[in-house]
Write a new protein. Structure first.
Length: 232
């Protein structure tokens, strides 16, 4: 579904990504792992067209998207839950959800009733403004908003950062349910053990380079990966 090959990117003269390559297959959950500042968010921003890569290719469903505008990439079927949530603070929960709603090539799985079924708390808070929500509720809203675009691939940047443990568990349960329904997911997060419980494959980035890839079973079997690349 998504194929990233030899991706390079820079902020001005400072090169950040060096030949990053990985893929996400249909129905797969793949993680991008690594310490802060290693290039994970830059990788996602480049995939989504929010910044331009300096070399390499990005293909989605066999079509090159590396030079497309970000809104065209979203229209192709990539949905982003950005770091920091970035919900509309002066719109209600329901207005946030419908603002980006779309059916992609006849895909209309995610409409308001289904999103509220997945996140009952959003239904309860549907008339509240975005800035009246807790951090956990804002993250639910950010995920619901991305789902309302009916994405073929859902990308989450820092899925549970700063959230209370109970809210984290709720987010993990939602992602597991989405996987069970066949949703393709690319996720960044620091909770490696939680991710290993349901993700298919993992891509570890260190200083802008892919240094390890493998399945959840392989990740659990090699504690050295965490020690070398993930622990602070």
């Amino acid at each position: 579904m998504l194929s990233v090959s030899g991706l390079q990117a820079a902020y001005g003269p400072a090169k950040v990504l060096f030949d990053v390559s990985f893929a996400v297959g249909a129905g797969e959950v793949v993680t991008l792992l690594g310490r802060n500042g290693m290039g994970k968010t830059t990788t996602v921003r480049t995939i989504m067209g929010l910044m331009r890569g300096s070399a390499g290719s990005i293909a989605f469903e066999g079509r090159d998207i590396a030079r497309r505008a970000s809104f065209r990439i979203a229209q192709a079927g990539l949905g982003l839950v950005p770091e920091g949530r970035q919900i509309f603070p002066n719109l209600s929960v329901e207005e946030n959800l419908v603002a980006t709603a779309a059916a992609r090539e006849g895909r209309a799985r995610w409409i308001l009733p289904e999103t509220y079924r997945l996140f009952p708390r959003l239904r309860e808070r549907r008339t509240h403004m975005g800035n009246q929500l807790s951090g956990g509720e804002q993250q639910m809203l950010a995920i619901g908003r991305a789902l309302m675009t009916n994405p073929k691939l859902l990308i989450l940047d820092e899925a549970t950062e700063g959230l209370a443990p109970l809210i984290r568990e709720e987010i993990w349960s939602v992602l597991k349910a989405l996987k069970a329904e066949g949703q393709s997911i690319l996720v960044i997060d620091k909770n490696v053990d939680a991710l290993a419980a349901f993700a298919d494959r993992h891509v570890v980035i260190e200083k802008g380079r892919v240094v390890w890839t493998g399945t959840s079973a392989e990740l659990r079997a090699d504690p050295g990966v965490k020690d070398r690349y993930l622990h602070v």
